[in-house]
Design a protein around this ligand. Structure first.
Ligand code: F6P
Length: 328
C-alpha cells in the first residue's frame, strides 16, 4: 500500500442515479477494510466548496444498498467552474487532510475532477454514475439499467392503452446527448420506432414508417423518443405526425421525465456499483490515479479520466438494425 493515501473523500455530483448509494457503501466499506478514513462530501462540488464534509464509518452506510437517490445529496455547481471556487474546494480538502477523492457522476463531474487534478494535483478516481450511459470507457454506467427497467415498465402500461384504443403513442425518455435509454427501452418494450441523437431519422421518414406499418395492418404503434433527438420534443414530433396521419391514428404523448432517475436500483446496478466502488478504493491504494473505473466485457477496466470525458459510449449500430427488424 502507498503510504501517502490515508484519508479519502467520496461524493456524488450531477444528476442522481440509482445505485449511487450502493457505490458509496462499497467505497466506505472497502476503505475501512484497509484502515483508510473516509469523508463524505455532501452536495458534490458545491458542498466541497462550502466545507460540507462528514466522516463516514462502516455502519453509516448500512441499509442504503437498496435506496435510490444519493444519501450524500448532489448538485450541479456553478461555483466549481470558477478558479476561486476550486481554490476554496482545495483549501477544504487540505483542512480535512484529505489525500484523494472518489467522484461519482457523469461527464460534468469527471470534467470537474480532471481540471481540479490538473490544477492542484489531488489524486482522483471517477465512477461513471449517470442514467444516460454516455461515458466512454465503460459498457454500462451506474443507474442506466434501473432507468431502462423503469421506462420499460411504463411503456408496457402505455402499450395496454395503445392496443385497446388503436392509438399512436410517443413516449419521451431521458438522454440529453445519448440514445442509450431510448434504444434499450425500444428493444425491451418491442416499440415500433425509436428516435435517437446518434441516427438521423427525419420526421418525414418516421411518417413513412408509420404509414407502412398501417398498411401492414398494425393497429397501434409506440414510438420512443430520446430527449436529445434532432426532431424536437415528443410533443413537437407528435404534432407533426398527427397533422399528416390524423385520419389513421390518434396520437398521444407521454414524457417519462424524472420518473426514470428515481427508484430502488436493479440487481444489475447494485452489483455494478458494488464492483466499481470497491475497485475505486483499490485503485487509489495501488497508486492507479486519475482514472475512471468502468466495466468492459464483464471485467473491471480503467480509463484515464481525461480520455473518458472526451469520448462518448458509442451505440452498437447492429442493435439499431436489430430493433428495426424485430419491430416490423
Ligand atoms: O444526465 C442525466 C439526466 O437525467 C439527463 O438525461 C437529463 O437531460 C438531465 O439529467 C436532466 O437534468 P436535471 O435533473 O438537472 O433537470
Amino acid at each position: 500500500m502507498k503510504e501517502s493515501i490515508k484519508r479519502i473523500a467520496v461524493f456524488t455530483s450531477g444528476g442522481d442515479a440509482p445505485g449511487m448509494n450502493a457505490a458509496v457503501r462499497a467505497v466506505v466499506r472497502t476503505a475501512s477494510n484497509y484502515d483508510l478514513h473516509v469523508y463524505g462530501i455532501f452536495r458534490g462540488y458545491q458542498g466541497l466548496i462550502e466545507g460540507d464534509l462528514k466522516r463516514l464509518e462502516k455502519r453509516d452506510v448500512g441499509n442504503i444498498i437498496h435506496r435510490g437517490g444519493t444519501i450524500l445529496k448532489t448538485a450541479r455547481s456553478m461555483d466549481f467552474m470558477t478558479p476561486e471556487g476550486r481554490k476554496k474546494a482545495f483549501d477544504n480538502l487540505k483542512a480535512y487532510d484529505i489525500d484523494a477523492c472518489i467522484a461519482i457522476g457523469g461527464n460534468g463531474t469527471l470534467t470537474g475532477a480532471n481540471i481540479f487534478t490538473e490544477e492542484y494535483g489531488i489524486p482522483f478516481v471517477g465512477l461513471p454514475g449517470t442514467i444516460d450511459n454516455d461515458l466512454a470507457g465503460t459498457d454500462f454506467s451506474i443507474g442506466f439499467d434501473t432507468a431502462v427497467n423503469t421506462a420499460i415498465e411504463a411503456v408496457d402500461k402505455i402499450r395496454d392503452t395503445a392496443a385497446s384504443h388503436n392509438r399512436l403513442f410517443f413516449i419521451e425518455v431521458m438522454g440529453r446527448h445519448s440514445g442509450y435509454i431510448a434504444l434499450y427501452t425500444a428493444i425491451g418494450s418491442g416499440a415500433g420506432s425509436v428516435l435517437i441523437p446518434e441516427v438521423n431519422t427525419s420526421t418525414d421518414a418516421l411518417i413513412q414508417q408509420l404509414k407502412q406499418s398501417h398498411i401492414r395492418k398494425k393497429q397501434f404503434s409506440l414510438v420512443i423518443v430520446a430527449e436529445g433527438n434532432e426532431n424536437g420534443t415528443a410533443h413537437e414530433v407528435a404534432k407533426r405526425v398527427q397533422d399528416e396521419l390524423g385520419d389513421l391514428y390518434e396520437a398521444k404523448v407521454t414524457t417519462l421525465g424524472h420518473l426514470q432517475r428515481g427508484g430502488s436500483p436493479s440487481s444489475a446496478d447494485r452489483v455494478l456499483s458494488s464492483r466499481l466502488g470497491h475497485s475505486a478504493v483499490m485503485a487509489l491504494i495501488e497508486g492507479n490515479h486519475n482514472v475512471m473505473v468502468g466495466i468492459s466485457k464483464g471485467k473491471v477496466s480503467f480509463t484515464p479520466i481525461s480520455k473518458a470525458i472526451l469520448g462518448q459510449n458509442k451505440i452498437n449500430k447492429d442493435l439499431i438494425e436489430m430493433a428495426q427488424i424485430l419491430a416490423i
